[in-house]
Design a protein around this ligand. Structure first.
Ligand code: KG4
Ligand code: ZN
Length: 349
């Protein structure tokens, strides 16, 4: 293990400042500072607030990661950083820090794709992936089905949300039924007291016609509107809103459509391994449904622990390690972060 290079990974694409240290597929440190509390009163991530928080958290988080790994900056062999996609200003903080470190340490720099990083994180949990794999990424910022042919070089976007991300839908629906941000954990808690079959909410893009055009895509705006209408009607008629039933019905609709399409992608592409990641992967019902549907379809489900599912620097270090292992050329020192970096670009030039 110790003969593998020590990779430092930096992640600042959204509201988590992450610094991780990895050798190969061995996790040595995963320090994260989240600015989530600063966004609570706005009901969602405010980009400028997130950027400022990254600036303040970067150096302390780097020190925490080094201490956790029992390493010094001089031990670092290469620096990897999220080049995109993500919030433009937030990405810039991480990329600037990574460039400064690479220059100061005279070590190679790798600007890598955040989405593929989520998949690479799984290797820190259960060892090397046998590609190709299908990944279902679900968080406040993304809802995608990826086909990863080779973690260091090749990924394809099979489908994505046409409107809200799944986590965003959880956050917005939580607000509609009087629950606090972040909505995911609060909806899950409320749903525990509800009946998932009491109200049947729509499953977006699952009709025959939609499946032809948007086979692996998602849409949550219709679902969100359906919840809003349901709550409005109940209030107009002077009925108490059964928060538990609404939460459970909504959660069931999201979990159903996410897992159905991800399993379909595996079956139609002949892929036998699925990776589930992103903050929404913490959802117990989503996990349970994914597990049972994968088992029924003979698909192996791989899922990292929660701290590796949400945005973190270790996942970026893990992807950096895969890139270094293939001897791919480092990024040039003048590469720019790209808020809409396509998933096909695993490593920037
Ligand atoms: O990956 P993540 O920590 O951050 C970014 O999106 O950048 O994901 C956060 C999202 C939030 O929208 C939150 O509501 C959702 O993940 N989430 C959950 C659960 N825990 C967090 N959604 C559903 N069920 C949960 N238990
Ligand atoms: Zn992410």
């Amino acid at each position: 293990m110790s003969d593998q290079p020590l990779i430092l990974g930096i992640e600042t694409s959204c509201d988590e400042t992450g610094v991780g240290l990895v050798r190969g597929t061995t996790l040595l440190a995963n320090a994260v500072a989240s600015s989530v509390d600063e966004h609570v009163r706005f009901g969602g991530v405010v980009p400028e607030v997130a950027s400022r928080a990254h600036l303040e958290a970067m150096v302390p988080t780097l020190h925490r990661a080094l201490a956790e790994a029992g390493a010094g900056l001089g031990d670092v062999d290469a620096v990897a950083v999220t080049a995109g996609p993500g919030l433009a200003g937030a990405l810039m903080v991480g990329v600037s820090a990574a460039k400064a470190l690479a220059v100061a340490l005279d070590k190679p720099l790798y600007g890598v794709n955040h989405l593929v990083g989520h998949v690479a994180a799984e290797q820190l949990e259960n060892g090397p992936l046998a590609e190709p794999v299908v990944a279902l990424l679900v968080s406040g910022g993304h809802t995608e089905i990826l086909l990863v042919e080779d973690i260091a070089t090749s990924a394809t976007l099979l489908g994505q949300t046409l409107d809200d991300a799944a986590g965003e839908a959880f956050d917005k629906v939580a607000r509609l039924i009087g629950l606090k941000y972040p909505g995911g954990p609060n909806i899950q808690r409320a749903a525990a007291d509800g009946d998932p079959g009491a109200i049947r909410f729509p499953r977006g893009l699952t009709g025959q016609r939609d499946l032809e055009r948007h086979r692996y895509d998602f849409s949550f705006s219709g679902l969100k509107t359906a919840v809003a209408r349901w709550v409005e009607t109940a209030e107009r008629e002077g009925r108490a809103v059964p928060v538990g039933d609404v939460a459970a019905g909504f959660q069931e609709a999201v979990a159903d459509v996410l897992t159905r399409k991800a399993v379909l992608a595996c079956q139609e592409r002949g892929i036998s391994t699925m990776v589930l990641a992103g903050g929404v992967a913490a959802n117990a019902r989503l996990r349970e449904l994914t597990r049972s549907r994968c088992a029924a379809a003979g698909i192996e489900l791989r899922q990292p622990r929660f701290s590796l599912c949400t945005d973190n620097g270790a996942m970026i270090a893990a992807l950096g390690a895969a890139v270094v292992e293939r001897d791919l050329p480092p990024s040039s020192l003048d590469f720019a972060s790209d808020s809409s970096l396509p998933v096909t670009q695993v490593l920037v030039g």
